[in-house]
Ligand binder design. Structure first.
Ligand code: HPA
Length: 265
């Protein structure tokens, strides 16, 4: 299994800088179906994952697999369109590799987005939830082979409190706790009841490993979940991936507003 490797991350940085070397303030990782939020941005540069040394490449629908430098009103964001997941067999290090790359590039802020199932009653399909904290139910860490004591990382304010507050007030968004499981199957109704009991508001299969890596590199994190379905058993439904993609279309405009705002600060 691949584990933390500084040399690989440095080589990834070098292959990135050969293609684009302007400084960027914000990076953003776009979850399932959310790549379209950049439709009215000017795309300044496209960098396929396959052109970056050691960068893992996925095949899941809705994950095209490239970085784009996108510009709006003179503000730029390095957007990652597509991510790899633990459920594809990648390691914790591999699923957070791009975040290590952002850290190596000296990027200071990252927006992590995802598609998630709503567990809190107030969270309806198509709504956004600002992530204020997370629960790691994926059993792992990208930092296992980090040398020295830095791997004993403080996670007490993982999602920047000032960004949680600003985003939730400015856009009138719910805020809550995101829990990540490994998937790829959805949960059972009993698992959803358990998740609610332990304090989960939204459930998904990504983001948490990235957040750990981002904290390791000292990045400031904003996290936003797009609720694509109610958790299993909460309403009568059969869950499938096309629901996730459909709901993503509904939430896309709000996500676009969030990104346009974030890159101005
Ligand atoms: N569970 C887990 N992951 C998800 C869900 C869900 O209900 N919806 C979107 N991603």
């Amino acid at each position: 299994m691949k584990t933390f490797n500084k040399k690989e991350l440095t080589e990834a940085k070098e292959s990135f800088l050969k293609q684009y070397s302007e400084p960027v303030k914000w990076a953003a990782v776009m979850g399932s179906g959310l790549s379209g939020v950049f439709d009215d941005f000017k795309i300044v540069k496209r960098i396929p994952f396959s052109s970056i040394a050691h960068m893992p490449v996925s095949g899941v629908q809705g994950h095209p697999g490239e970085f784009v430098v996108a510009e709006h009103n003179g503000n730029t964001v390095l957007a990652q369109l597509g991510r790899v997941h633990l459920y594809e067999g990648y390691s914790a290090y591999e699923v957070s590799f791009s975040i290590g790359l952002f850290g190596e590039l000296g990027i200071k802020n990252v927006l992590l987005t995802n598609a998630a199932g709503g567990i809190a009653d107030a969270l309806n399909v198509g709504e956004l939830m600002v992530i204020e904290d997370h629960i790691n139910l994926q059993a792992g860490s990208p930092l296992t082979t980090v040398q020295g004591s830095e791997k004993f990382l403080d996670m007490s304010e993982t999602y920047a409190p000032e960004l949680v507050s600003e985003l939730s007030h400015r856009f009138r968004l719910a805020r809550g706790v995101y829990a990540a499981v490994r998937g790829p199957h959805f949960e059972t109704p009993a698992e959803i009841r358990y998740l609610r009991t332990i304090g989960t508001d939204a459930i998904g299969m990504s983001t948490v490993m990235e957040a750990i890596m981002a904290r390791f590199y000292g990045l400031r994190i904003a996290g936003v979940s797009l609720i694509t379905n109610k958790g299993a058993g909460l309403i009568k439904q059969v869950l499938d991936h096309s629901d996730v993609m459909e709901a993503a279309k509904i939430g896309k405009d709000n996500m676009t507003k969030v990104i346009k705002f974030l890159i101005t600060i």
